[in-house]
Design a protein around this ligand. Structure first.
Ligand code: FE2
Ligand code: FE2
Length: 201
């Protein structure tokens, strides 16, 4: 059980030691989905200060709306986890959230999560004297319309305490399925392919 390497500086490690580390890391990697779900649940303690719902409820509401719109697995998990980075990186949470899911979801979903912060400014930026159209810098990006639709349908709308959300149990198998994929599998990532958000527009 107590297997460990002999080196104290990485540059001194042998191939056998690095093979040991790779083997020991496997069970840890396989539990990524569980850690992500734990982080999501933690978001029920920290409220969205001043909003009517918690961060967990906001994620569940986004995910539920995506689900009910007939979105596919990648979009539902993207919606559920689009603010997962808020706990550690509130000011750049969009990028942080995108990095959490990027190895396992389609390229257009990761791009959308990465940029949702600037797209969301359309709805409130003017109240702070910011450029609410800052998203226009991405106008010609192939995922622009998806990101705009994502924000309109599933993010900006999902602060309603009366909206009937699905429980986290509904999403657990989906998160586990996505995080059990091979990381950076080109067949999953499909760089350059722009999918439809929903089958029930
Ligand atoms: Fe956000
Ligand atoms: Fe959000």
């Amino acid at each position: 059980m107590d297997e460990h390497v002999g080196f104290t500086a990485m540059k001194d490690g042998t191939r056998e030691e690095y093979e040991l580390l790779a083997r020991l890391e496997k069970p840890y990697l396989s539990l990524t989905a569980d850690r992500v779900l734990e982080e999501l649940k933690r978001a029920s303690e920290a409220t969205l200060e001043g909003y009517k719902i918690t961060r967990l409820e906001h994620g569940l509401q986004s995910g539920t709306r995506a689900l009910r719109d007939g979105a596919d697995l990648d979009w539902v998990v993207g919606a559920l986890l689009h603010d997962i980075g808020d706990g550690l990186a509130p000011q750049n949470h969009d990028k942080m959230s995108a990095e959490v899911i990027r190895p396992f979801v389609r390229w257009d979903v990761a791009w959308t999560v990465e940029h949702h912060g600037i797209f969301q400014m359309l709805y409130y930026g003017h109240h702070y004297g910011w450029d609410q159209n800052a998203r226009e810098q991405f106008r010609h990006h192939p995922v622009f319309n998806n990101c705009a639709e994502f924000c309109e349908r599933w993010d900006q709308s999902s602060f309603d305490p009366d909206y009937p959300i699905e429980p986290i149990d509904t999403f657990e198998p989906m998160v586990k399925e996505v995080f059990s994929r091979k990381a950076y599998d080109p067949e999953i990532i499909q760089e350059g392919f722009v999918s439809s958000l929903t089958v029930n527009p």
